[in-house]
Design a protein around this ligand. Sequence first.
Ligand SMILES: [Fe+2]
Ligand SMILES: [Fe+2]
Length: 193
Amino acid sequence: MDINEMKIKLKESLKETRYIHSLNVMEESEKLAMHYNVDTEKAKIAGLLHDCAKNISKKDENELIKKYRIETDDIQRNSSALLHSILGMYIAREEYQVSDEEILNAIYWHTTGRPGMTILEKIIFVADYIEPGRNFEVAEKVRKYVYEDLDKCILLCTDSTIMYLIQKGKLIHPYTLETRNDAVYNLSKKGIL
Ligand SMILES: [Fe+2]
Ligand SMILES: [Fe+2]
């Protein structure tokens, strides 16, 4: 399936605003991939498809978890926000015929991140926060550093997510904390923190 066919299929399965967000993340990811010397085609596909499982009902989520025999923990099972990235990887593979593991991992990890992310994974994670449609305060801050240091951006993004979850009284997935700690380690190794 080429990228234009993917766009047509994706447009049919997402709400208009989510589709526009996906196109924005695709463009942002492409720019970042060029800057950080990462395969731009992979970045475009991962950016385009990262939210391909976003508009799935709770019932369909459960069916897909069974169908693909996906292992989830308690926090993931109860959070559509976390599940959509995991399911997104399976849907990208099964329905969009993506076989590239780097793309699939970038989709899988785009919400929580993980320690030791590849540059492509970091790009999709950050692009999701800063695409032009995002107007929250942290996005503006992250945009200032995005061509300087991705770890600095990841620290800003995870700090903001963690503070938001605390404010809302929601669970924090350990991967989010691990991603944040990894960014701190990386920055201190570089002498930035
Ligand atoms: Fe997402
Ligand atoms: Fe997104």
